[in-house]
Design a protein around this ligand. Sequence first.
Ligand code: BG6
Length: 479
Amino acid sequence: MAKLKKGFLWGGAVAAHQMEGGWDLGGKGISIADIMTAGTNDQARQITANIDQNHYYPNHEAIDFYHRYPEDVQLFADLGINAFRTSIAWSRVFPNGDEAEPNEAGLAFYDDLFDALLKKGIEPVVTLSHFEIPYHLVTKYGGWRNRKLIGFFVNFARVVFNRYKDKVRYWMTFNEINNQSALNDGSILTNSGIITATGENKEEAMYQAAHYELVASALAVQIGHQINPNFQIGAMIAMVPLYPATSDPKDVFKSQRAMQARYWFADVQAKGKYPNWLTKYQKDSNFHLDITLSDLDVLLAGTVDYIGFSYYMSMTVKSKKDEPINFKYEEQKDIVRNPTIPESEWGWQIDSRGLRFAMNWLNDRYGLPLFIVENGLGAVDQLDDQHRVHDNYRINYLKDHIHQMEIAVDFDGVDLIGYTPWGFIDLVSAGTGQMSKRYGMIYVDKDDAGHGTLKRYKKDSYFWYQKVIASNGEDLSTD
Ligand code: BG6
């Protein structure tokens, strides 16, 4: 099995705010990740108006990659990866977000990090905005509901594209830009820096923010290609196939509408225009959206080179009795449990075949190369007396998903750039702020309250993935 192309990117993925720490070092400003407290699966993370000494903020120190990256990069090199997906913390480069000139110390940090990676033959793959914007852009401008953010983002993009034009080839603009379609407070904040006011129409705010982000993304694509025509600049979407609960045509259509609602963002980024159903829906909803004709030209001129996506799970939707023809898909209410597949301790449905489905679906819809930039299992690990973690559950998850990925490439002919499993070194969970929701192949000694030595230990999955990479995906055996 396998037959992945030579030069396939085998890597690991992280995001700046979930691992760097050093939240106030080197001139870095406060980002929205810095005002989020720790939560659990049942208790949402709180968003505080300022840094409140009475709270614990897990992203402030995270896993202290800011200081420890030289030894971590060595661990990555020993693992054998040739790609490392991370993000640039916008607030390290523009502490407030609206300055004209960047913070040199912030830029120098990424120069050093990228150099350390390149020296080991590891290619950096970089997301410009991964769930964090400078907090000042939230308090002064209201986040992405303000058109001014386009200019600030484009300035940030231009600066880092110029600075790292000879070090980074693969870029993504906004992490999981479509996550905010779920309309929960956490996702609207992390995606768009929006803290919704009481009575504000969340959906309208989301459509406006997403539009400005899409325009900013398209401008960044154009500027990036001018700076270096070899840049590959991608979209990044959270890919969660939404299956119909039954073969009842009502469920089937509902799942189609759910897919439309979740993936129109990528439609705009890949095809350069809004889908008809959405333009009609926005009009019928009487939303007051600032979408100009020149914005539409920008979208068309700035389409992406590839589709980057995360894949963790599938979901299943069910129609309601007597649903009106103009029903609205509401993710929080319309999802039902799929009895045919298991779920993780955090209730995420484990569906490796869904990855093959997702790859085929994306390939058919966009006809662009794909890049799996996140995949993995969040689970509780036990470090034993010998400092080993026997995480066979994680190995099995990864094995099954890589197997389906290889089927999609080898049998279905999908063009795939690479595979960078999420949080391959333990880090702070974005959703819950926990350390105990671990995805890593490298264990980091730290708990949910922030205690621990921060020492790194190789889990069983580290050695297994090392073998997978060395065989370019041929050897997935687990014995
Ligand atoms: C994706 C994000 O949604 O999933 C990551 O891009 C995130 O930032 C990952 O960490 C896993 O989610 P969580 O909530 O388990 O950390």
